[in-house]
Design a protein around this ligand. Structure first.
Ligand code: SAM
Ligand code: SF4
Length: 329
C-alpha cells in the first residue's frame, strides 16, 4: 500500500524480543528494564499480524530484536511467517553470537537472508564495543551460515575514536567471501544520540584512495536504502546506509513493530499504535473477522501516519526515546 507521499510500503521490521546477549553501548547500555514476558507478542500473534500486513501489500519481513536468536524457537517463527500467503521474503538480523547453532535450522525453515551486525574484527575492540569476548563465535556463525547456503550481509556501525578505521579490515571480508559488507551511519536514537556519526562519504573516499573509483552497483541487493559499490575483483559488494549524510526518506518502504506490538510509522518519532490489545480480544466478545479487520486498520493507519522524513539533523525534534534494542533497528 502507498503512504501519503506515494511511497510503496512493502516491508515490515518485527522485533521479537528486547533481550540481548550483548551490550553494545550505543544500542543497549546496561541497566535497561526488560518488557515483562506476558506483554511480548506470541509467535501466533506475530504471524496473525503478518497475515493482515500481507493483505495490504507487505511482502517482506525482517525479524529483529534485541537479539532474535535468544528467543526460543526463532526458526519456527521464520517457518510460520514464510507460510503466510503473500509474504515473499523473511530475513533476520542478528549479532551472530549463537548463529552457528541455528544456521542450518534457519535455512531449513526457509530464511531468505541473514544480516550479521559486526563492528570490528579486532578481538579487544569487539569486547569493548559489545561487552563480551565473543568475536570468534560471530565469525564461526558467519561461516556456518554461508556453508548452509544462506545469503549473508554484514552490518558495521563506525564510531569515532573506537572503530572508525575498521572499514579497512571489514571490506576485506567481501573480497573472498560471497557476502556484502554495509556501513551504517550512527543514528541519534537511544544511546546513539550523542555519538558522532562517521560519514559514509568519507569512508567511500578512503576506499577509493585505495581501490580507485568505485562504480555504483545497480543490482538489487536488499530491501532498504543501501547504495552499493563494487570493488574490482571482490566477490561481495560494499553498501552504504547513510541515514545522516545522505537522507533516504524519499525511498522509505517500511513500518516497524516492537516486541510488545507497537506499530511504528517512523524510527525517528515516538508515535506508535498498539496492536496487542486488539490481538488479545481473540476468544473474547469480538468475532474473528472484526479482529482481523481491526488489525488491518491499525497497520493501514500506521502507513498513513508515516511522516515525510526523519529529523535526525534537528535533534531537538526527535521524539523517539526508546533504545534501539527496544525498537529493532
Ligand atoms: N541484535 C541484532 C543485531 O545486532 O543485528 C538485531 C537488533 S540491532 C538493534 C539491529 C541493528 O541496529 C544492528 O545492526 C545495530 O548495529 C544497529 N543499531 C543499533 N543502534 C544503532 C544506532 N544508534 N544507529 C545505527 N544503527 C544502530
Ligand atoms: Fe544487542 Fe544488536 Fe543491540 Fe548489540 S546491536 S546490543 S547485539 S540488539
Amino acid at each position: 500500500m502507498r503512504d501519503l507521499y506515494k511511497r510503496e510500503i512493502d516491508y515490515m521490521r518485527i522485533s521479537i524480543t528486547d533481550r540481548c546477549n550483548l551490550r553494545c553501548g550505543y544500542c543497549m547500555p546496561c541497566g535497561v528494564e526488560w518488557i515483562p514476558m506476558e506483554q511480548i507478542l506470541t509467535y501466533e500473534e506475530i504471524a496473525a499480524v503478518c497475515k493482515e500486513a500481507a493483505k495490504l501489500g507487505i511482502c517482506k519481513i525482517k525479524i529483529t530484536g534485541g537479539e532474535p536468536l535468544v528467543r526460543k524457537g526463532c526458526p519456527a517463527l521464520v517457518r510460520m511467517i514464510k507460510s503466510v500467503p503473500g509474504i515473499d521474503q523473511v530475513t533476520l538480523t542478528t549479532n551472530g553470537v549463537v548463529l552457528r547453532e541455528f544456521a542450518e535450522e534457519l535455512k531449513e525453515a526457509g530464511v531468505d537472508g541473514i544480516n550479521v551486525s559486526l563492528d570490528t574484527l579486532d578481538k579487544i575492540k569487539f569486547e569493548k564495543i559489545t561487552g563480551f569476548d565473543r568475536l570468534q563465535d560471530v565469525l564461526d556463525g558467519i561461516e556456518k551460515a554461508l556453508a548452509a547456503g544462506i545469503r549473508v550481509k554484514i552490518n558495521t556501525v563506525l564510531m569515532p575514536g573506537i572503530n572508525e578505521t575498521a572499514w579497512k579490515d571489514m571490506v576485506l571480508l567481501a573480497e573472498k567471501k560471497p557476502l556484502d559488507i554495509r556501513f551504517i551511519e550512527m543514528m541519534p536514537i537511544g544511546s546513539g544520540n550523542g555519538i558522532a556519526s562517521v560519514s559514509n562519504r568519507d569512508v567511500l573516499r578512503e576506499l577509493e584512495n585505495i581501490y580507485g573509483e568505485l562504480e555504483i552497483d545497480n543490482e538489487v541487493h536488499g530491501n532498504g536504502p543501501a547504495v552499493y559499490h563494487r570493488i574490482p575483483g571482490f566477490t561481495g559488494g560494499v553498501g552504504f546506509i547513510s541515514a545522516i549524510h545522505g537522507k533516504f526518506c524519499a525511498g522509505c518502504n517500511r513500518i516497524r513493530m516492537t516486541a510488545k506490538g507497537e506499530i511504528k510509522p517512523c524510527l525517528c518519532y515516538g508515535e506508535s499504535i498498539s496492536i496487542r490489545d486488539v490481538l488479545r480480544q481473540q476468544g473474547e466478545q469480538s468475532a474473528d473477522e472484526d479482529i482481523t479487520e481491526k488489525i488491518r486498520k491499525i497497520l493501514e493507519e500506521a502507513v498513513l501516519r508515516k511522516p515525510k522524513a526523519h529529523c535526525f539533523e534537528e535533534r531537538r525534534e526527535i521524539t523517539e526515546m526508546k533504545k534501539m534494542a527496544q525498537i529493532g533497528g
